[in-house]
Design a protein around this ligand. Structure first.
Ligand code: SF4
Ligand code: SF4
Ligand code: SF4
Length: 454
């Protein structure tokens, strides 16, 4: 693989070009195909998570003496959010949450009922409701300061995956309800990587083993199969279908991170629903940690916290939804005879949603980093780790947030430029383009206003 070609693709100079990473790095293909190393990493993850849960439940409950908090909120979450951009949904291939459910199914204890139509039809809404619940727990209950609360939250997601596995075949939780998976899927539309089949090879396939399985081995855990993967929303990049396919069709490609956003044009309900929710929730989260929340608490003190928080989430959701609608109105095109209705502002805002989430998670990670080893030292009585600390200059948070938002605004404007010049070939007049740019700057400015008022 030539580095210059890779850079040209990544920086969107040859946007339709991709590099087949399985061809460029055959070891990568072997890693996914021969499941041993894959299984080893997954087992390692299971052990780490068991440790986190046990320490959270039974370890010291003083936050300065329990590393569960930093491992979960400071390392695990930010790493997952960062992974959206680099490897898409690959975390799902190693995720420990469906593990117990898989054991239940292997023991033949699952009822294997068909997944109800209601769940399939309303999956994006149901998973966003669960996500809202997690965010509310995170922000309003002090769970980030409670090792036991954190462990219980992890256990409750695991319980959801296990109950679904006991009722339905394979990983129904991952396909339909997991709030993290939904977030990972939407975030991964901005990824540098995509898992795709070679559609020409699939056209002549008679077995569809990637979906149905073969020789007693089950097929795709989320009822997809490689031939159905056309975007990054649902495929877990678990690699399970690789060894099932006789035609060597599935590929892992390096691509431009903008490719899928331009191609999809915000046509999927998952994105058009979760992006306003995610961005709205970020605004509320930044507002909560800003000095403005003092005024808010004074004025809204009489209201129950859950009611207040839900109300704020709802207002912020509709505010972003409104911005998206106004942006689409300015853009002037929301329907195409080829691909039907679309929503240009949804893909345009995806880099901002990604940056907002990463900035929020990194703030916690950076703020807690100097104390990590002293916490481990107090928890396990390892005195030598006490000195492993350092001081952070206060400007680091401002610099981090300004950098994240400036990159997001630049990426959003670039996507707008590509829509106007390439996808709609100059059909959008300059004043409309300028108005949409204005909305991007206003939204980025609103983020920064809340971020820097801490
Ligand atoms: S969808 Fe959720 S439970 Fe399933 S693998 Fe992904 S993060 Fe884990
Ligand atoms: S990925 Fe392989 S098994 Fe699946 S449809 Fe294509 S050729 Fe057939
Ligand atoms: S299509 Fe293949 S890689 Fe994607 S989830 Fe299904 S089995 Fe895993």
């Amino acid at each position: 693989m030539s580095l210059s070609r890779a850079l040209r693709i990544v920086f969107d100079r040859t946007p339709d070009d991709t590099i087949d990473l399985f061809k460029a790095f055959p070891g990568l293909r072997r890693f996914f195909e021969r499941r041993r190393l894959h299984a080893f990493i997954r087992t390692l993850g299971d052990i780490i998570f068991t440790f986190i849960i046990l320490e959270g439940l039974f370890g010291p409950q003083d936050p300065s003496r329990n590393c569960t908090l930093y491992l979960s909120w400071g390392l695990w979450w930010p790493t997952i959010v960062m992974s959206w951009f680099f490897v898409g949904r690959m975390w799902c291939g190693f995720c420990p949450f469906p593990g117990v459910g898989r054991i239940v199914q292997r023991l033949g204890l699952s009822l294997e009922r068909p997944v109800p139509g209601f769940v399939k039809k309303n999956a994006p809404y149901l998973s966003v409701i669960l996500l809202a619940l997690i965010i509310w727990l995170e922000e309003s209950t002090g769970i980030k300061e409670s090792p036991r609360g954190t462990a219980l939250l992890i256990l409750s997601i695991m319980a959801g995956a296990t109950i679904m596995a006991a009722l339905f075949p394979k990983q129904a939780w991952c396909r339909y309800l997991c709030p993290m998976g939904r977030l990972l899927g939407v975030g991964s539309t901005l990824s540098l990587m995509e898992f795709r089949p070679d559609f020409e090879k699939c056209q002549t396939c008679r077995t569809f083993a990637c979906k149905k399985g073969k020789d007693g081995r089950g097929g795709c855990p989320v009822y997809l199969g490689a031939f159905n993967v056309k975007n990054n929303l649902d495929c877990l990049i678990c690699g399970h279908c690789l060894s099932l396919c006789d035609k060597d069709s599935p590929k892992l490609n390096l691509r431009s991170p903008f490719k899928e956003l331009l191609l999809n044009k915000g046509r999927f309900v998952t994105c058009s629903f979760i992006i306003p929710f995610l961005m709205g929730s970020q605004l509320v989260r930044f507002l909560e940690s800003s000095s403005l929340s003092v005024v808010l608490q004074r004025d809204l003190a009489s209201l129950d916290t859950m009611v207040t928080y839900s109300g704020l989430l709802l207002i912020a959701f509709f505010y972003i939804h409104f911005i998206i609608k106004v942006g689409a109105w300015f853009f002037g095109y929301t329907e195409d005879e080829l691909f039907g209705k679309f929503s240009p502002m949804v893909p345009i805002f995806i880099p901002m949603a990604f940056s907002g989430e990463l900035a929020y998670r990194l703030d916690y990670a950076v703020a807690g980093a100097p104390e990590f080893f002293p916490v481990v030292s107090r928890q396990f009585g390892i005195d030598s780790l006490k000195q492993w600390t350092f001081e952070l200059p206060p400007w680091i948070f401002t610099a981090l947030n300004v950098f994240m938002m400036a990159s997001a605004v630049a990426a959003c404007c670039y996507l707008l430029y590509r829509f106007v010049h390439d996808e709609f070939e100059g059909l959008v007049p300059w004043w409309r383009t300028l108005s949409v740019s204005g909305l991007i700057f206003i939204t980025g400015g609103t983020y920064l206003f809340f971020m820097l008022n801490t």
